[in-house]
Write a protein that binds this ligand. Structure first.
Ligand SMILES: [Zn+2]
Length: 482
């Protein structure tokens, strides 16, 4: 992420808040106490940017792919120098090879990066580098202690700049990019920060049990592809300029680390195949996996079969999907991704009533697998089992309180049962967790107008409405300061 570019942009544009931002003379590395950006401010800024990103259409909120990425990221983060630090990993549906760290431990990964990686260690090497940017507080150091009030205006700009990079059709952001482009092209990145992130990233990669060789190998491949694409260089290289010096540096550091053959996890292979299957046109995807199986050109046969089933489902070729699914299940008898796909096949090909048994069995095996729990609730709703759907979702909500999708499912179940106040109340809670307080307030007002709750429900909804209004006003006041 071009935080330096952002700061320069603010200075170039002469925004009032930019005067006190110190782009030069950053605190020395290692001097954490001097970093002027407190963790709370950093978190708040990150969340403010995330509100914009979650509303962007490139935000790829796929439970299986996101959970895989989070597991991988958290496994790496646990071996970082700051293991207590929390992270949130998310995906953007974008073809370019890119990953970036935001303030507050949010790390974004383009789906193009996963598809371009040729091993899990390669993907992990980029993640480890981004995690290192966060734990080394490189972003926080960009901000000056005295200029805390700048954080709000920076967040708005950062969001615009970021969106312009991740989403080609963010109109508002495009304007910002026009101005930023000229600035960015003249930028010299903080090479110290990059070198530091490479050094720490490599240690993280090694400690977490991945192959450290994957880092220079992937970087070299990226660099070769740059020469081919010229101006259309992968985004990652624009934010992380690679030099032979940098790659040689990494290689030197690796001399005392042994070569390590690390097999890819099945989850990595399946998720990669799934992204391929989901993003190509269905027929092209079917042809791609058929060919890879026919010529035995694949990372794993199971992954190619899995990709083929996903593609056939998208092409609505249920007869062939069933045959391929049988072949896949022989290769992989028990796996949450394969079981979820099997039940999904049942729901689509045979109908929700016939898929209930599949979901009930699978849920017993993997009670906390998110994609399966959504699929099960969805299937119950489609099968007309609204009361059971409600009980199931409310059971999950007892231990998970920050998942907007569970609240959306709860709202649908209440809706199907004709309970209007409860429906709007649940939808309001979903909006709160999506960071959209205005919409949450609106939902509660709608629910109260319906007036179908009992005394207790009505007064509880009114109290929640007052609470959310207050929060919403506070948030608006804060952004008004920007
Ligand atoms: Zn970097």
């Amino acid at each position: 992420m071009h935080w330096r570019a952002l700061l320069l942009l603010l200075i170039v544009l002469g925004l009032p808040d930019s005067a006190g931002i110190r782009a030069q003379g950053l605190p020395e590395l290692g001097d954490v106490s001097q970093a002027g950006f407190t963790p709370v401010e950093e978190q708040r800024m990150g969340e403010s940017i995330m509100r914009e990103i979650r509303a962007d259409r490139s935000f790829y909120d796929d439970a299986e792919a996101t959970d895989y990425l989070s597991n991988l990221g958290n496994r790496l983060a646990a071996r970082s120098p700051d293991a207590r630090r929390t992270f949130e990993f998310f995906l953007l549906r974008e073809p370019q090879i890119n990953a970036f760290a935001l303030p507050g431990g949010f790390i974004g990964v383009h789906t193009g990066l996963i598809l371009a990686s040729q091993s899990e260690s390669e993907l992990a090497s980029v993640l480890a580098h981004e995690i290192a940017h966060v734990t080394q507080r490189h972003i926080a150091r960009m901000f000056d202690q005295q200029k805390q009030s700048a954080v709000g205006s920076l967040a708005a700009f950062a969001a615009a700049l970021l969106l312009s990079r991740v989403s080609s059709d963010a109109a508002q952001a495009a304007a910002a990019l026009g101005a930023a482009g000229a600035v960015q092209s003249q930028l010299n990145f903080t090479r110290d920060n990059e070198r530091d992130a490479d050094r720490v990233g490599l240690q993280i990669l090694d400690k977490a049990g991945f192959d450290p060789q994957a880092m220079p190998i992937f970087f070299e491949r990226l660099q070769r592809s740059t020469r081919i694409y010229e101006s259309g260089a992968p985004s990652y290289l624009r934010t992380h300029p690679l030099t032979y010096e940098r790659i040689a540096d990494i290689q030197n550091r690796m001399q005392d680390m042994g070569y390590r053959q690390v097999p890819d996890s099945l989850a990595y292979q399946l998720i990669r195949a799934r992204l391929k299957a989901e993003f190509e046109a269905p027929r092209d995807a079917v042809a791609y996996f058929e060919e890879s199986l026919a010529q035995r050109k694949f990372l794993s046969e199971a992954a190619s079969r899995y990709g083929l089933v996903v593609s056939l489902l998208r092409a609505r070729d249920y007869t062939r999907a069933r045959a391929e699914l049988d072949a896949l299940r022989k290769l992989v008898p028990a796996d949450p991704l394969v079981d979820t796909l099997t039940c999904d096949f049942g729901q689509r090909a045979l109908g929700p009533a016939k898929a209930l048994g599949c979901y009930r069995e699978a849920i017993k095996m993997y009670p906390s697998y998110r994609a399966l729990s959504y699929g099960y609730a969805e299937n119950l709703l489609r099968a007309g089992e609204s009361q059971e759907a409600l009980s199931y979702v409310e059971g999950r909500l007892q231990s998970i309180t920050d998942d907007y999708r569970l609240y959306q499912l709860q709202a649908r179940a209440y809706g199907a049962l004709g309970k209007r106040l409860a429906q709007h109340r649940a939808q309001a809670e979903a909006y709160v967790r999506m960071g959209n307080l205005g919409a949450a307030v609106e939902q509660l007002q709608l629910g109260l107008k319906n007036g179908d709750g009992d005394f207790f429900q009505l007064s509880s909804a009114e109290a929640r409405l007052r609470e959310l209004r207050k929060l919403d006003q506070e948030q608006r006041r804060e952004s008004g300061k920007r």
